[in-house]
Design a protein around this ligand. Structure first.
Ligand SMILES: [Zn+2]
Length: 490
């Protein structure tokens, strides 16, 4: 509100009206960004592991009219204007729309690639550990390159996929224990020498096992005394308290639990932060911020006037190198292109691939004000200052002159600021699924992403303006890529 509004005849009135209009427009934009970030908070908090990240995405896609396809079965004839999805191992997601104006001899795939996994403490195959000092602990392994010290003194819980035996059949079920049931505690300061404090270093085998309970817990003693002889060898290797809790969560008998893929997560929900509500604090921003924006953008995409396939591929196992049956190094994306093309009656894929383009989107390193020297000052992205195009001449990122131009052009059309990132020459460089996809499929790929701090921490941070930029870029990509590409000469 303005404290003073002069008479309409006064030139000042026009000036203040103009300011008022700008302020109102800004506030509408801020409100919509905030609403979008709050939506992201719900998604991030519920997506505690890759299985739940995919499950949550499916809820959104189905609400938007997407139909499930079965990975293990031939696809039916796909309808123009149709919307489809399928999963691989429940932790990799492929979803797409078929443009209503797809011509059999003239279409391409407009792909967004991201990843569903994040570094975490994963439950080991034999989760039971001998009790130590009156404590029941869980055996865990370090998945990916986490900043493991950030997992100490957090209120942790457990989620993932469980295989349930029902007579002769085996059924996958998701489990998510909501209350904090595990904790990795630091050693108190009084028992550390000054040298030990200064050199705090995590031994990933000895120091990361969380405490679940004490051995005085009656339920625990009952479990230990229970019918152990009726359990199979795998079940006997599991922590009994964990098995009983899973059985309770899924309303099954302990004997029905045949195997699981579980990991720990921080129970603190995602939140909007900063004095001006401009940050998003959450676990797993790398790379669920991308998955969230990609799913939202595809769900909102109208294929009515589209001449191509708009597709998102969200892979598991990026954090451990993508080499798995359903990581980005697997046949999943290539198969998606082949199977969807075949369902549209096209088997010669050379021209389809030549007309395709992939945005490989992964979080980017914003410059840290306390560690600014870690960035080349000419390539130092700032939080809330726009999307980041990542380039590395040694091909750790796959951006080249043409693919970088395409992203900048989409961004220009959508009024999205772009920042450039290249790592310092004296610093090692991370990588993404981009080089893997471009090498395997031979299609054009660009590496880009939203800037963040604390990458691979248990709790990360990014700007909510950048989150909206990510979404708008994806919308622009699905809407405008073909017209941009039509003007690019071979
Ligand atoms: Zn990532």
């Amino acid at each position: 509100m303005f404290p003073y509004v002069p008479s309409s005849s006064c030139w000042l009135y026009s000036f203040f009206s103009f300011l008022h209009h700008i302020a109102k427009k800004r506030s509408v934009m801020t409100n919509s960004r905030l609403a979008f970030a709050e939506k992201a908070c719900s998604y991030l908090s519920a997506s505690t592991d890759p299985f739940h990240a995919v499950h949550q995405a499916i809820q959104k896609l189905e609400a938007a009219g997407f139909q499930a396809l079965q990975y293990r079965h031939n696809f039916p004839a796909l309808q123009k204007g149709g919307k489809y999805y399928y999963t691989v191992h429940h932790s990799t997601l492929v979803a797409f729309t078929v443009g209503n104006k797809v011509a059999k001899d003239d279409f391409g795939f407009h792909l967004i690639g991201g990843h569903t996994d994040s570094p975490n403490l994963a439950v080991k195959p034999n989760s039971k550990k001998p009790p130590k000092q009156g404590c029941v602990q869980l055996a865990v392994a370090c998945y990916g390159g986490g900043l493991w010290h950030t997992w100490f003194d957090r209120d942790l819980s457990i989620s993932g996929k469980v295989l349930i035996r029902n007579g002769e059949t085996l059924e996958p079920k998701l489990v998510q224990i909501r209350d904090p049931v595990a904790r990795v505690s630091t050693l108190c300061i009084h028992l550390q020498s000054p040298d030990e404090r200064a050199a705090f270093k995590v031994n990933t085998e000895d120091h990361t096992s969380p405490i679940l309970a004490t051995t005085t817990t009656t339920a625990q003693q009952e479990l230990e005394k229970g019918a152990t002889e009726q359990l199979d060898a795998w079940q006997q290797g599991q922590e009994p308290a964990l098995m009983q809790r899973i059985a309770r969560e899924l309303q099954v008998d302990v004997h029905q639990i045949a195997d699981f893929e579980l990991s720990l997560y921080d129970t603190q929900p995602a939140a909007i932060g900063g004095l001006n509500q401009e940050f998003l604090y959450s676990a797993r921003l790398d790379n669920l911020a991308t998955v969230f924006c990609a799913v939202e953008a595809l769900a909102a995409h109208d294929p009515a006037d589209d001449t191509d396939i708009a597709m998102i591929c969200c892979f598991d196992h990026e954090e451990v190198g993508s080499v798995s049956s359903h990581g980005a190094g697997s046949p999943v994306m290539g198969e998606a292109i082949r199977r969807v093309s075949a369902a549209l009656g096209v088997t010669e894929l050379s021209t389809v691939k030549a007309k395709s383009f992939c945005l490989s989107i992964d979080q980017a390193h914003a410059v840290h004000p306390n560690y600014a020297s870690k960035h080349d000052s000419q390539h130092a992205p700032v939080l809330n200052h726009g999307l980041v195009v990542k380039t590395n001449c040694n091909q750790r990122y796959t951006t080249n002159s043409l693919t970088g131009f395409v992203v900048r052009e989409i961004a220009r059309q959508k009024d999205i600021p772009i920042q450039e990132f290249a790592v310092r020459n004296d610093c090692p460089c991370g990588s993404t699924i981009g080089p893997t996809i471009s090498a395997r499929l031979g299609i054009r790929v660009v590496d880009a992403g939203m800037p963040q701090l604390s990458m691979h921490s248990c709790r990360e941070v990014m700007g909510i303006t950048d989150l909206s930029h990510g979404y708008n870029l994806f919308r622009g990509f699905f809407e405008n890529f073909r017209s941009i590409d039509n003007n690019i000469h071979d």
